[in-house]
Design a protein around this ligand. Structure first.
Ligand code: URA
Length: 441
């Protein structure tokens, strides 16, 4: 078997066998195949696609290319969640403590943000003292402490995906449904989950810009889950405008705290409760409640302080600081440096998530390269969202930087122009779209 034969076969649109896919992933993992041949096969996959069986074989080969987590210390079914990423997506720090109130234990391995997409690890690191490097051996004791553990992904988890992802990034081969689906699912499977709820974001601030593409990705991951014998559910959710109001690390964690204190924005409360309800149901801890009752009970537990107590337990378990007033202590304080006013009266018809994401990255809340340092206090707070009525001069959104960092006027100006461009105002009332566009079970 040679790589040239495998590339040739895929170039002709033929289905690869499991031996051929195994040979490829083994060669990728052990660095036996030159990058130009890996890239050629990736491009052939982009152009010719893969069957469900091929995608599943590729996923399992990538999942088994390094260490796989044994989560047998978890009480019950190990359930995981994954979001394909977006602007202002802060569901994980809400959902984990929320499901813990139902006795659902979870190990969450997360990444850092890159580009306009924020990362859960950066968000937690905006809490003073919070450690996101928890050794695998310590997972069981953390689970005993508070029922949750959140940690950065180790380099040994699905190493083949790391090689492939780095090459895809520089060979225009990222936007392929089989490659994205196998990349995401390989890490979830290697992470040890038996049941997975996937949140595929759709819109200007997401990987998938259209509902059609988001549905294709969702269906591909559902098929992989079925063939790989994992219980997978998928929601397709809106990312045309940012989720919630706050974008940026400390700002988002402040909004997490409001939400866990019963004062969260409607879209964030709704999607977090639905994701949590799926996790509780898949973990077999619904206690006879219907799905609708579960969603309502999740909302109750955000309002009555139960999830907030669990969140505090998580922070303390991982070394984070809680102030004397009971909230987390953050590494910096967001400081408002500019506000953007409505140029006319009307109704908000668009808040482009990708432009708000660019504004955030410009003032330092995200990274353009993996090495960039971030300003934890930086970001954008939306004061108006789609459907809101505005009068000329009302504040649409505000730009923040960390109080400990001197604002760079040029960057603030650039961010402000992105933020202003993100808004569209029209003169007839606009109806808000639903946050959940579709659900696949
Ligand atoms: N996220 C991943 O983990 N992999 C992809 O290919 C795209 C998004």
């Amino acid at each position: 078997m040679t790589m040239i034969d495998i590339i040739e076969k895929k170039k002709k649109g033929k289905e690869l066998t499991s031996e051929e896919i195994g040979f490829f992933i083994d060669g990728v993992t052990n660095r036996l195949i030159p990058d130009y041949q890996i890239s050629a096969l990736l491009m052939a996959i982009v152009l010719k696609g893969m069957s469900d069986d091929e995608m599943t074989t590729l996923t399992l080969a990538m999942a088994n290319s390094g260490e796989t987590n044994d989560l047998s210390f978890i009480d019950g079914i190990a359930v995981d969640k994954h979001s394909s990423g977006g602007v202002g997506d802060k569901c994980t720090p809400i959902v984990l403590p929320l499901v813990a109130t139902f006795g659902v234990e979870s190990v969450k391995l997360s990444g850092r943000g890159l580009g306009i997409t924020g990362g859960t690890i950066d968000k937690f690191e905006s809490i003073e003292g919070f450690s996101t490097s928890i050794a695998i051996e310590d997972f069981p004791s953390k689970i005993r402490d508070c029922g949750m553990v959140i940690s950065g992904q180790t380099p040994d988890l699905a190493p083949a995906d790391k090689v492939l992802y780095a090459l895809r990034d520089v060979t225009a081969t990222v936007d392929s449904i089989p490659l994205i689906a196998s990349s995401i699912m390989s890490k979830k499977i290697a992470g040890g989950a038996k049941a997975i709820i996937l949140d595929v974001k759709c819109g200007s601030g997401a990987f998938m810009k259209t509902k059609e593409d988001a549905m294709k990705l969702a269906q591909a991951m559902m098929s992989i889950g079925k063939l790989a014998k994992r219980d997978v559910r998928c929601i397709v959710s809106d990312m045309d405008q940012p989720l919630g109001n706050n974008c940026g690390n400390v700002l988002e964690m402040q909004e997490v705290h409001f939400t866990l204190s019963g004062s969260g924005p409607e879209d964030l409360v709704c999607i977090s409760s639905i994701i949590a309800a799926h996790m509780v149901d898949m973990a077999g801890k619904a206690n006879g409640m219907s799905f609708e009752e579960l969603v309502n009970e999740c909302k109750n537990r955000l309002n009555n302080g139960m999830a907030l107590e669990k969140y505090k337990d998580l922070i303390l378990s991982q070394g984070g600081c809680i102030s004397s007033t009971g909230g987390p202590v953050y590494v910096d304080v967001p400081f408002e440096v500019f506000s953007i006013s409505a140029p006319c009266d009307g109704y908000i018809s668009r808040v482009d998530a990708s432009l708000i994401g660019k504004a955030c990255v410009t003032v330092g809340s995200g990274r353009l390269t993996k090495e960039d340092k971030i300003d934890y206090g930086a970001g954008v707070v939306l004061r108006k969202k789609i459907g809101d009525r505005v009068s000329r001069g009302d504040t649409l959104c505000s730009i923040y930087v960390g109080r400990s960092i001197e604002a760079d006027d040029e960057k603030v100006d650039t961010a402000a122009s992105y933020a202003l461009d993100a808004y569209e105002i029209c003169d007839i009332p606009v109806e808000k779209g639903p946050i959940i566009i579709s659900t696949l079970v």
